[in-house]
Write a protein that binds this ligand. Structure first.
Ligand SMILES: [Cu+2]
Length: 173
């Protein structure tokens, strides 16, 4: 391909990228009116396992890194399979949500794993916007807040901190 053609193709691609950005901006602009986002979230535990003959267990116990991590050493994970070791992590899914300043977040959460989760929501300044409450496995809960300030609002589970959290990124309007 000649230099001119490369430039042409690059120009077309750049134009397409700008058009996409404009479209994205337009669709964001159309959400200029304040809205309510209804978000369904699941609290769950993801697990992984292997055997010590395939991979040596971690030298740092994951439980020392976060209350949200689990670890069962060889012999502990499965008595029938003494080599087997297991790791786990509590998460909220989705764990990252983007909204616009002034929008209302209406969250419906369902807890699949873990009997108890002490949760609350803080604003960008660290101030509590939803008071602490206990969530239990197998129940569905609702909470809502207005994303008044741009920045990150966080749903935190203190039972499994610091890794079990969800971030609501609030873009300025
Ligand atoms: Cu939790």
């Amino acid at each position: 391909m000649s230099t001119v053609n490369v430039l042409k193709v690059t120009g077309v691609l750049f134009g397409a990228a700008v058009a996409l950005l404009l479209l994205a901006g337009e669709s964001l602009g159309q959400s200029g009116s304040v809205t309510t986002h209804t978000i369904f979230m699941t609290g769950m535990e993801v697990k992984g396992a292997t055997t010590a003959d395939k991979l040596t267990p971690p030298s740092v116990n994951p439980k020392d890194l976060s209350k949200g991590y689990g670890f069962k050493a060889p012999g502990e994970a499965d008595t029938q399979s003494p080599q087997k070791w297991e790791v786990a992590s509590y998460i909220f899914s989705p764990g990252f949500v983007v909204v616009r300043q002034g929008d209302t977040v209406k969250l419906t959460a369902f807890l699949v794993n873990g009997d108890e989760h002490e949760v609350w929501v803080t604003g960008p300044d660290g101030r509590e916007v939803v008071a602490k409450r206990m969530w239990h496995r197998g129940r569905e809960y609702e909470l809502s807040f207005v994303a008044e300030k741009p920045g990150s609002y966080q749903l935190t589970c203190s039972s499994h901190a610091p890794s079990m959290l969800a971030t609501f990124l609030v873009l300025p309007r």
